[in-house]
Design a protein around this ligand. Structure first.
Ligand code: ADP
Ligand code: MG
Length: 590
């Protein structure tokens, strides 16, 4: 087609970590990508700034951020400008894929070399697989960017084949019949208003820094069943919503993301493992290939794709990987699917921005992050959302790993301002092995409607708050000073914490509470909070009586906990009500 015959090139004149300067004589476009040719490798970078060359009025200098390891690069190396912005390949085969931060297939690379080497390239999507294409338009039809021209089955999904979003109105000149084709073959030819022909394939490249548009953006409303009780009861997230999930190191952010991968009710999960430990990422790839999706019994990877850009990979690629992953999420949303994008961790992403702006000599903002970090974070979360016209949604849940667990730092603060929900993990709860360590009393909030009424939510939170303050009284001035009625309230709150908020993420039944179960649990919780339990004091003094009450509650909690692990059938699930009623009335079998 209309490829330029003269390739535009430049020469490397300065290297400063991932930031390089290139002298050029042609035209260069802001934001376009370029390849640095280093020996037999080509390293991808992005133009950040274009300046005049003080030494040569004929030339210009561009400043480029390079996403790949520059080992071996030297002054004078050739740079080829591509004319294309940073982009992602979209098409069938995205699901089940595992890539690095620049969409090189890690599966493909692992077949050629067990080690990841700088500059290694691999196709983003398998070019051999044949997909069963069924056309849905015919010659003479008018189409434009985003319109559907056909579909292929991709696992359990119908993958719609779209006209590339950048294209204007065109007329279909020809289209193949139902047939198996790979992503490199042309399935249709479309002619635009300038009479230019465009070959349409199953896959196309899409810039990643400009969002794929919504057809009709709508307010996220329907709650997602994540299966994690503390979330679904107290800080729910809706399809198309956004959540920030900060927590100190080791508090359980990554484990929570994996639990969401397994149990959150969504069609598709896009995961961006960004800047976290490499060993952790390798575990994910291995585990997830073997794990079964509890709702289909198939491999979890059938509904997933993963961008793995670990701490051992170039920092600059972290920035790219999050945008690339978001674009994949938007693409499936446009097709009408409910997608959840998980990013672990957005702090590592922000670090990449900090390093870059530091090298560029920008005036730093708080803690040396770029001044516009709040806008950048907001911009990222704003790409999530639901679309009433397609029925699809993109939910974005990002972990934040603030140094020292200090939530006052800029990335956590900006995330708080940008997301509809916030799940704060606390060191105290993690230390006490109260998992998931989401602390409902510290920072955890949600603007979304959940599975229980706002007033029920408030009532639970109020009880937990009182329990917390009684707990503090006990540890400061002692149990003696706590009146009996307060002590019973404290035991109720402790029961809610132990039996409802704490949840074993590694047990098939206990790990996931769906709405039907949640309703029974909430009824039980509300009944317990509202109840006046009559314990008989008899001859006991207050201390003994408290001990007696505690032992009764301990038994009850054990009973409830057993129910968590064992109740599977509808009838068994319903038995929780009986257990609570019997306990309140202090019947024998409570
Ligand atoms: P982070 O990502 O916040 O640094 P991780 O998710 O890696 O922390 O969790 C650290 C460790 O804490 C895990 O290896 C695991 O032993 C424990 N842990 C975290 N969450 C849970 C959970 N829900 N159930 C049981 N153990 C957990
Ligand atoms: Mg982690």
């Amino acid at each position: 087609m209309n490829e330029k015959v003269n390739k535009r090139t430049g020469k490397l004149i300065n290297i400063q970590d991932s930031l390089v300067q290139v002298r050029f004589f042609d035209e260069v476009i802001m934001g376009e990508t370029a390849e640095i040719l280093v020996e037999e490798k080509s390293l991808q970078g992005e133009v950040l700034q274009i300046k005049s060359d003080p030494k040569n009025p004929e030339a210009g200098i561009v400043e480029m951020q390079v996403f790949e390891d520059l080992t071996g690069a030297k002054i004078g190396d050739e740079v080829v400008f591509t004319g294309q912005p940073l982009s992602v390949l979209l098409g069938p085969g995205l699901l089940t894929s595992v890539w690095d931060g620049l969409q090189n297939s890690l599966y493909y690379l692992s077949k050629t070399d067990p080690y990841l080497r700088p500059g290694m390239k691999a196709p983003a999507l398998d070019e051999e697989i044949k997909w069963d294409f069924t056309p849905t338009v015919k010659p003479g039809d008018t189409v434009k960017g985003g319109d559907v021209i056909g579909s292929v089955p991709e696992g359990n999904f119908e993958h719609k084949i779209l006209v590339p979003f950048a294209m204007g109105t065109c007329t279909i000149e020809s289209i193949i019949e139902k047939k198996a084709v790979n992503i490199t073959q042309t399935v249709a030819v479309a002619v635009d208003n300038q009479h230019i022909k465009h070959e349409l394939k199953l896959a196309f490249r899409q810039p990643v820094k400009t969002p794929i548009p919504f057809k009709e953006r709508s307010i996220p409303q329907e709650p997602i069943s994540t299966g994690t009780r503390v979330i679904d009861l107290l800080a729910p997230v809706a399809y198309g919503g956004t959540v920030g999930n900060p927590g100190p190191f080791g508090a359980g952010k990554t484990v929570l993301q994996h639990t969401l991968c397994k149990y959150a009710l969504a069609d598709i999960i896009v995961m961006a493992a960004c800047g976290e430990r490499a060993g952790e990422a390798v575990e994910v790839f291995k585990d997830f290939a073997e794990l079964k999706d509890p709702s289909t019994g198939q491999s979890l990877m059938n509904r997933m794709c993963i961008f793995g850009n670990t701490s051992s990979m170039p920092v600059a690629a972290r920035e790219a990987s999050v945008f690339i992953a978001l674009t994949v999420g938007e693409y499936y949303r446009y097709q009408g699917y409910n997608v959840i994008m998980l990013a672990d961790s957005t702090s590592r992403w922000a670090q990449a921005l900090r390093e870059r702006s530091g090298r560029q000599g920008d005036i730093p903002g708080p803690e040396a992050f770029p001044m516009d970090i709040p806008d950048q974070i907001k911009g990222m979360y704003q790409r999530a959302g639901s679309d009433a016209a397609t029925g699809g949604s993109l939910t974005f849940i990002g972990t934040v790993s603030p140094a020292g667990g200090n939530f006052q730092e800029p990335v956590t603060q900006a995330t708080m301002d940008s997301t509809g929900g916030f799940w704060g993990l606390s060191q105290d709860r993690a230390d006490a092995k109260k998992y998931p360590a989401i602390d409902p009393l510290a920072y955890t909030t949600s603007q979304y409607n959940g599975f229980i009424s706002k007033s029920d939510r408030e009532k639970i939170l109020h009880t937990l708050q009182e329990t917390n303050s009684i707990d503090q009284t006990i540890s400061t001035i002692g149990l003696k000073k706590v009146p009996i009625d307060k002590y019973i309230l404290y035991q109720k709150g402790t029961t809610i914490d132990f039996c409802v908020l704490q949840q074993d993420g590694f047990h098939d039944v206990e790990a996931c509470s769906r709405p039907d179960r949640l309703e029974v649990i909430n009824d039980a919780v509300q009944t317990l909070i509202d109840s006046e339990i009559q314990f008989a004091q008899g001859e006991r003094d207050d201390d003994d009586f408290k001990q007696h009450i505690k032992s009764k509650f301990d038994l009850f909690r054990q009973n409830w906990k057993d129910w968590n692990y064992n109740a599977v059938k509808e009838k068994q699930i319903a038995q929780l009500k009986e257990k609570v009623d019997n306990f309140i009335l202090q019947k024998k079998d409570s």
